[in-house]
Design a binder for this molecule. Sequence first.
Ligand code: PLP
Length: 463
Amino acid sequence: MKYVSTRGQAPELTFEDAMLTGLARDGGLYVPEIWPELSVEVIADFAGLAYEEVAFRVMKPFIGDTFGDDEFREILKRAYAGFNHEARCPIVQIGENDFLLELHHGPTLAFKDVAMQLIGQMFEVSLKRRGQRVTIVGATSGDTGSAAIEAFRGSEAVDVFIMYPHGRVSEVQRRQMTTPTESNVHALAVDGDFDDCQARLKDMFNDFEFRDGVKLAGVNSINWARVLAQVVYYFTSAVSLGAPHRKVSFTVPTGNFGDIFAAYVARRMGLPIDRLIIATNQNNILHRTLQTGTYATEGVSPSISPSMDIQVSSNFERALFEIYDREGDAVAQLMQELKGGSFTLSQGALARLRMEFDSGDCSEDETLAAIATVRKMTGEVVCPHTAVGIKVAADKRINGRVPMVTLATAHAAKFPDAVRQACGVRPELPPGMADLFERPERVTRVANDLRAIEDIIRKGTRA
Ligand SMILES: *Cc1c(COP(=O)(O)O)cnc(C)c1O
């Protein structure tokens, strides 16, 4: 399988190079040159298999011969060994034909672990084989950073620097980034918001001298390998609810469009997904785009679901590439217009977008109310991001016969203050993490300034 850039001007890469590179050199994102399809028989055969085995079968067509079959199975085994649930990504029922897909059983309690634990193992094998090392720089709204630090801490071949918006992540999120003691991981508190962090990361990738000098690699949700790892749980959950013989709908709390794009990929591969619903918090640029056809950025307003406080939704570019018939020039043109603050989709492109996705948004009060309602009706305590999904799923419900699966993207204990405010219960951290609040923190505060950030990285990297 070859990978092409959404802007059509970067060299084609193998899976391994696309994974190690992150952002394409023309500013675009890598996508596979075709969508492999799995037959009804192949999907039906997933029933009853271990999560790792379904992962192997779903991902194999995309990774080609990057890893041998036994090697890849070993990688998957190591990646998910640290999950505290045998099913890895279990589903629980919260209502009539209403389900939660729990993605928070990994080491940092958010769905980012599902992809990041796997990427950590794949990087390790790949870099060792090549005798190379890399510097991973990431921007995080909270969960990607802790998941990346957890996945790479102690690695011989990788230095990790994570930029997060100072004062805008939850205390648990911050401590998960600042308390690991390994010298190859570094937390940087940037004076800005998440979009600033993401913009500085893009600047670094476009500063080729810096990029090549530190051997920059990216594991943000723009990294194709991450999206791919997330495709798997759409298959496992849908199959356990009767697919491919029965359709299933999904509601996905999203900001950067990563998780929902993975669902789109599953559909392209042949999984019979009925409706695919985008759920946003008050930072609802994606919902507005579906309604109006114009993608216009506004300032980010901090919310109680901070991992979705995003206005520049990077992975949306992959969807644009598809709805513009894979015309890299058209995508590049839209991205150029976005520098001025907005772009408007063509009528045809908007129609196609609406054929694939539906959308809704959720205010702060509605988020709190949803947490309280779920607690009352089911006894489950959900995180604010999950609550956004639950509220939008309820708004959008039309066909009661098709199961609706809402993604539970984080454990409630990652956002204890908002959860207590909503339902009076302060969720406890799982046992292995109970001393998080006593561990010493290590963090570098830095201005929202490319040179200043690059300096810190150059000095701290072992490359
Ligand atoms: C990252 C994150 C999201 C949004 O994921 P996208 O990649 O933007 O789709 C939602 N909830 C939680 C808890 C997250 O960490």
